[in-house]
Design a binder for this molecule. Structure first.
Ligand code: WT7
Length: 649
């Protein structure tokens, strides 16, 4: 497993960083307050969540905080009515109308700032335009966009009228867009001609054109002109964003929606080849994201907050759009690559906008380390006061570099553990309350009952590895897998009845700190992006020359995990380097660039158990270049080993 290196290093990691006095003095939550919240949540969870829930604007108050009678289907703030768009916009108009909501910079260097007033106006106009296209409450809308303010506008416009958005990351292929359109039965796709990435235009509209050939549910397509590139506009189907909003009214009252009204679907990879449409609803999700944004990022009125994720992932949903905007924060949004035009682009942005809070991923941090200290050192980073990390375990070396070189030794680091499914941060230090240890996400937030247990569900002793679970429902938890409730129950709730299974392995140290090691299922974490081995396998076997494929992760110093594919070819096909290149391109075409294999290896057979299950553990050893047993390191020995190890997985 890719995490072995981390396990060894974190086991040796003993450094501790207590919150610094100056930070504590101004913190939203200090140690005593954290203790009070945690105790309260334990002794009176309903009362605790009710009090937190009151931070949102409700049209009609709820009758009950939680209904957990139909396990594992929770209802939060039952009977209450609310609107996420109203909470993110309308509520701020009086006090923050002229405050910057989104400060945006495009990759070529163009910039735009939208105040809360302006964002509200754009959202209302676009919401009316959506209605004009026949989109209404409960309809699904696919959003396949670059990182531009209009992406947030589109999301908030859907939320305003009660349509569910399904944002598909712009790095996914046409086929992936089509699959998601079909699974959600989307009525509308919102896209752009393209988006800028490393000086080139990603042809989003062309991908949508290809996707729509296979997406019969989609009736209309809205196209934003971002890059001024020529695109085909299909009459009767495609319409320009600017034409749509030109005459749209800016008056669009937010729909009063049930607290449990679906807010969005977000597809993520699981153990099978088919991505899961994780469904989040309105009230609980909005509370989870805004509350954790306040607590973990210690957000203040004059902060300039920058989360570098793409809006196409849950981090972008929760910590670029819903959490921060619900809190009335100023959010920085950047369109492009961190090394365009040079490797100092992030630091230029931090200095230019005087960013105070930076939230990024370990894989990015490792790239910055590789690119050299001269890049951050060339810029004034003194505005920074807090740093965040998300997406994969952060190795202590990267943590220390982040702390010293980016944070100047003065900024706390919040290593935040959570998942698409959890909606919001679950395990993280509160920066003014919890001493950090490099590599540990520290402790569950108040109200979150995360524990490390063995196969039987018993807590494991300090230091031993186990499975990370969550024992009580929480407001921002996913509600189901869209269109596949059986899979929801089987994936998350069948290992331990009534307990949420995260599929992460972890251990807890003698101070109760949690060290997340990585996935225990067939999910890869490649540069912080989640990918299922079976997704890549099913792409490979769609190639006419491939008979069988097995895909595993291997440790990668930059990406966390790299993708290694073991492939058996159809009779009469000869292995060659050209074919390797062709297969890599085939996977990219099928899924997207994020799934590009690092290595393709041809083999006569694949090691399998008697029941036909591929022996991944063995393949992982081979991929990592590790010795397994004796000298059995070549694929030719697979058949023999398969027999010897048939009970092994
Ligand atoms: C998986 C969820 C939720 C934000 C982005 C990823 C891994 C996430 C951490 C962390 C160790 C982490 C887990 C998890 N992960 N954050 N701070 N430390 N591992 O969301 O795509 O749903 O992936 O990412 O393995 O299960 P996601």
């Amino acid at each position: 497993m890719s995490t072995d290196k981390n396990i060894t290093s974190v086991l040796k990691e003993t450094r501790q960083f207590p919150p610094q006095t100056e930070f504590v003095a101004q913190a939203n939550v200090n140690a005593a307050e954290r203790e009070r919240l945690a105790e309260w949540a334990k002794s009176d969870p309903d009362g605790f969540w009710a009090e937190q829930g009151r931070s949102l604007h409700w049209f009609k108050p709820w009758d009950a905080v939680l209904d957990w009678t139909n396990v594992p289907h929770a209802k939060w703030f039952v009977g209450g009515t609310i609107n996420a768009s109203f909470n993110c916009l309308d509520r701020h108009l009086a006090a923050r109308g002229n405050k910057a909501a989104i400060v945006w910079e495009g990759e070529p260097g163009d910039t735009r700032t939208l105040t809360y007033q302006q964002l509200h106006r754009e959202v209302c106009k676009f919401a009316n335009a959506l209605k004009g296209l026949g989109v209404g409450k409960g309809d699904r809308v696919t959003i396949y966009m670059p990182m531009v303010p209009e992406t947030a506008v589109a999301m908030l416009a859907c939320a305003r009228i009660g349509a569910m958005h399904s944002v598909v990351f712009g790095g996914f292929s046409a086929d992936a867009v089509a699959d998601r359109n079909n699974d959600a039965q989307s009525k509308l796709v919102i896209t752009a001609d393209g988006g800028w990435r490393r000086g080139k235009v990603v042809p989003l509209k062309a991908n949508v054109d290809a996707a729509l050939e296979k997406s019969p549910s989609v009736q209309k397509c809205v196209v934003l002109n971002r890059c001024n590139t020529a695109v085909e506009m299909k009459p009767g189907r495609d319409v320009w964003w600017h034409d749509l909003v030109a005459d749209a009214s800016a008056d669009c009252p937010a729909e009063e929606l049930d607290s449990e009204h679906p807010l969005f679907i977000l597809y993520t990879s699981g153990s099978t080849g088919k991505p899961k449409g994780v469904l989040h609803t309105t009230g609980g999700y909005l509370l989870g994201t805004s509350l954790t944004h306040k607590w973990v990022f210690d957000i203040k009125e004059d902060d300039v907050y920058w989360c570098t994720a793409d809006v196409g992932w849950i981090t972008g949903h929760s910590y670029i759009v819903y959490g921060p905007l619900c809190n009335g924060a100023t959010v920085v949004m950047y369109e492009g690559a961190p090394n365009q035009p040079r490797e100092d682009r992030f630091w230029e942005i931090v200095a230019k906008y005087k960013v105070t809070i930076l939230y990024t991923a370990p894989t990015a941090i490792r790239a910055f380390i590789k690119w050299g200290d001269q890049h951050p050192k060339a810029h004034d980073l003194s505005s920074l006061r807090l740093l965040g990390s998300v997406g994969e375990p952060i190795n202590p070396e990267a943590w220390i570099w982040y702390h010293n070189v980016i944070g100047g030794g003065r900024c706390p680091i919040v290593d935040t553990w959570w998942q698409t499914e959890t909606g919001a941060i679950m395990i993280s230090p509160l920066p003014g309350a919890v001493a950090t240890k490099p590599g540990s996400a520290t402790k569950p937030l108040p109200g979150i009952q995360a524990e490390v247990v063995d196969k039987q569900g018993h807590p494991v002793p300090a230091g031993s590895g186990g499975f990370l679970v969550v024992k009580r429902p929480w407001p921002s938890m996913m509600r189901t897998i869209y269109g596949d409730d059986e899979r929801y129950k089987a994936t998350y709730w069948s290992n331990y009845p009534g307990v949420y299974f995260t599929a992460d392995g972890a251990r807890q140290d003698e101070d109760g700190y949690i060290w997340v090691m990585g996935r225990v299922d067939d999910v890869l974490n490649v540069s912080g992006h989640r990918l299922s081995t079976m997704e890549v396998e099913s792409a490979l076997v769609q190639h006419p020359k491939v008979a069988e494929a097995a895909v595993v992760g291997r440790p990668d110093d930059l990406k966390g995990e790299g993708i290694v594919c073991f492939v058996t070819l159809k009779q009469g096909t000869n292995p060659s380097d050209e074919l390797k290149t062709e297969l890599k391109a085939h996977v990219v075409h099928n899924i997207g660039a994020l799934a590009r294999p690092d290595d393709v290896r041809f083999s006569e057979t694949l090691p399998k158990t008697r029941s036909g299950k591929i022996m991944r553990r063995f393949l992982r050893d081979i991929a990592a270049g590790r010795q397994t047993t004796g000298d059995a390191t070549t694929l030719e020995d697979f058949a023999v080993l398969a027999k010897l190890r048939e009970d092994d997985e």
